[in-house]
Design a protein around this ligand. Structure first.
Ligand code: ADP
Ligand code: MG
Length: 657
């Protein structure tokens, strides 16, 4: 005797128990079905037919009893192996068609082959051929709601046949159809049975059941009759072809091979995700706002932070990072500040670490031209000025060594002074201005620095010969401060040390001077700016987090709405990890779309800021970082809903509302 393809031994199924009253739906079913049989299971509504079918199709497990498939105990198979069995052995046809609403007829039919790892070209061709064979050649692109009931049922039969459909499990396939469509579907099942498929037809309708070769009647969870339906031919003549088509040993080999199918599955998942997002685009867009704003604000805030940092650094660096300042200061509040003498200057100039040195003898002074009065910083300095401050003259020229020796009353004015005093004049060169009532001739205009600190504007400055400042304005030969350019910008600290030791020696060990340098000031400023950027960035990161919660919310909603779809996918052979991958892909897609939109928005906002002359410095790492954060958020917040979906029980998912 041949091993039956399907053998049930004392199968029982009860629901409830515990708090709820226990309902025994199946109460001891013994049944054998051989390859090539066409069996009808009839019974009144509520007799347990669908429950039996779910057990036969490995969508559900019996409470008690043994199910042997080709002689092997199904209870011993794990969830992946059960998925394999559903995919390779069974084809389901349901009363309610159970097509995935967002997919076209073609995509619905192809789905089982995707999980089986069939190459795309073969899959497309086979699905198209099946649809053509079932009379739907012109409907392959239609979505289920664009098809009639009969057409939908034919699509679902095509889907059942996609992977071979050796055993067709049809639960009331005509139940929702008009008599004409119903007859068509029955003719199809008849045909399949005669081609060697096992057809298990479940119905409450005796007339429909009469098409089968064997009729099993079930009442209240028990088989009450099992009769061959013989008009003219012998009963259940075994057709070994169908049996050999499902070889359980194959599942292990397939499991390994199946790993190559991830590309097709991923593509399918991306397409499915895209469709769902597109169908719910308004809702998706609203949810994605969180991610979009999060990513955009991270990128923009970091860009603004970096921009303002660079601006400040550039302004400070405009004077050169190798610049040191020396001025007199009081060692303690009760003593008068020390004095840097021209002897000190000469000594410092001799140090090898010093490239240039320039004493400055200056103060705020009243300046007048015609009837315009203005206050500006007037500094007596030597001819090192343009070189040491990297500050060129744009009109006229700088004063010379000869002017210095002669204590000439010539002035080189800053941009701001020029704007204040000579607003209406095409050129100030050659004009006389009064500095503290001493006439000076303007011989040059300095380039605009644009640097300012506090209320002091570096362009509000007049440079005159040191000698002229000492003799004619301030009556002192000692410098107010000394500007030193270190020989090596990278060794400013060493220069500082050397100067400090020299001055201590010259001042008999008294620290009555002060040394500052531009680099230290720039560094301090950079640190404050970095803190600012960090703060802005973390505020933005919080909005990303909120965006992630939005993604989780929409994913939980999606899983709830598409529980039936998950059931359908499982019935056609999706494993838990396929479902997990599907929903994770959707979450990632969501955040990728959100991330891209966020970066787009950031560029728009950044562009607008640049137009309104805010310093903005976009950085690729910041954009990539924000994008990666969004992605990680999507994965983290999408994982929980995806796992929830993957862990659903096939029957529960399939029968959910
Ligand atoms: P049929 O398909 O023959 O109409 P079913 O197999 O669907 O019958 O259901 C048989 C019985 O099992 C019904 O009385 C039904 O109420 C019960 N039943 C089915 N599924 C569940 C369930 N998940 N929980 C509790 N009772 C159930
Ligand atoms: Mg039923």
């Amino acid at each position: 005797m041949l091993t039956p393809l399907i053998e049930l031994r004392d199968i029982r199924k009860s629901y409830g128990g515990g708090d709820a009253p226990q309902v025994d739906v199946l109460r001891g079913i013994d049944l054998s079905i051989h390859a090539g049989e066409f069996v009808a299971i009839v019974g009144a509504s509520g007799s347990g037919k669908s429950t039996l079918m779910n057990i036969l199709g490995c969508l559900d497990r019996p409470t008690v009893g043994q199910y042997l498939f080709a002689g092997e105990n199904v209870a011993q198979l794990d969830t992946d192996e059960l998925a394999w069995l559903r995919r390779e052995a069974f084809g389901f046809v349901f009363q309610g068609y159970h097509l995935i609403p967002s997919g076209s007829a073609q995509e619905n039919v192809e789905m089982p082959a995707i999980y089986a790892g069939t190459p795309a070209a073969e899959r497309h061709a086979r699905a198209a051929a099946l649809l053509t064979r079932l009379g739907l050649a012109g409907r392959t692109g239609n979505r289920p709601h664009q098809l009639s009931g009969g057409q939908q049922q034919r699509v679902s039969i095509a889907r059942a046949l996609m992977n071979g459909g050796h055993i067709i499990l049809a639960d009331e396939p005509t139940g929702a159809l008009d008599s004409h469509s119903g007859a068509e579907v029955m003719t199809l099942l008849d045909e399949l049975a005669s081609q060697g498929h096992v057809v298990i037809l479940i119905t409450h309708d005796r007339e429909v059941a009469a098409r089968a070769k064997r009729i099993i009647e079930i009442r209240d969870g028990l088989i009450i009759s099992d009769t061959p339906n013989t008009h003219d031919q012998p009963a259940a003549e075994p057709k070994p072809k169908a049996l050999q088509a499902v070889d359980l040993r194959q599942r292990l080999a397939d499991g390994a091979e199946h790993n190559g199918a991830w590309k097709a599955e991923l593509l399918d998942a991306v397409q499915a995700a895209w469709r769902v997002m597109w169908i719910n685009r308004f809702r998706t867009a609203l949810t994605l706002l969180g991610i979009i704003i999060g990513v955009a604000s991270v990128v923009v805030m970091l860009a603004v932070g970096e921009g303002s940092k660079r601006q400040v650094m550039a302004q400070m660096g405009a004077f050169g990072s190798n610049i040191l300042y020396v001025s007199g200061s009081a060692p303690n509040p009760r003593t008068p500040p020390g004095i840097i003498t021209m002897n000190d200057v000469a000594a410092m100039a001799a140090l090898p670490q010093v490239k240039r040195i320039m004493p400055v003898n200056g103060a705020e002074a009243g300046v007048r031209f015609g009837n315009v009065d203005h206050m500006a910083y007037v500094g007596g300095n030597d001819t090192n000025f343009p070189a040491i401050f990297n500050w060129p003259v744009v009109e006229g020229s700088y004063f010379t060594e000869a002017d210095e020796r002669a204590a000439a009353t010539v002035a080189v004015i800053g941009k701001r002074v020029r704007d204040k005093l000579f607003k209406d004049l095409p050129s100030p060169i050659g004009q006389y201005i009064l500095i503290e009532n001493v006439p000076f001739q303007v011989i040059g205009v300095l380039a605009e620095k644009g640097a300012s600190s506090g209320d002091k504007d570096s362009d509000d400055r007049i440079a005159i010969p040191y000698s002229a400042a000492s003799i004619r304005l301030f009556g002192s030969y000692n410098p107010e401060y000394v500007v030193i350019a270190a020989a090596d910008a990278r060794k400013v600290h060493e220069a500082e040390k050397a100067i400090e030791q020299l001055l201590l020696r010259l001042h008999n060990g008294k620290r009555d001077f002060e040394l500052t340098n531009n680099a230290a000031m720039i560094q301090a400023e950079a640190r404050t700016q970095n803190t600012l950027s960090l703060m802005l960035g973390s505020i933005a990161a919080i909005s990303l987090l909120v965006g992630g919660i939005g993604v989780m919310n929409i994913m939980l909603m999606t899983v709830r709405e598409r529980t039936r779809e998950i059931g359908i996918r499982m019935a056609t052979g999706a494993r838990q990890r396929d479902i997990l991958r599907q929903f994770l892909t959707e979450a990632v897609m969501l955040t990728v779309v959100g991330g891209v939109a966020g970066i787009g928005l950031a560029l728009l906002v950044g562009g607008a800021l640049i137009l309104s002359s805010v310093a903005v410095a976009f950085s690729l790492p910041a954009a990539l970082g924000a994008f990666a954060c969004a992605l990680v958020t999507g994965v983290i917040f999408g994982f929980m809903p995806a796992r929830k979906a993957a862990r659903l029980d096939p029957v529960t998912a399939l029968t959910s509302e």
